[in-house]
Design a protein around this ligand. Structure first.
Ligand code: FES
Length: 62
């Protein structure tokens, strides 16, 4: 699980790429989750921006 505080809100997502499972890095400049394995990118709250993945990140509920 990973917490990110962005724009004053807390977003909890599993930082595991939904393509083949690589660990994501948080890009502080663009506020995105970036996968260094094959290039998928997600918004700070886990929505897919572009693939090869086509699924959003798993959200962690309270
Ligand atoms: S494992 Fe992340 S893009 Fe392939």
């Amino acid at each position: 699980m990973c917490l990110k505080i962005t724009y004053g809100k807390i977003y909890k997502v599993n930082p595991k790429c939904t393509h083949l499972g690589c660990l994501l890095n948080f890009n502080r400049l663009d506020k995105t989750w970036d996968c260094s394995c094959h290039g998928s990118r997600y918004t700070y709250d886990g929505k897919i921006i572009y693939g090869p993945s086509s699924k959003d990140l798993e959200k962690i509920e309270d």
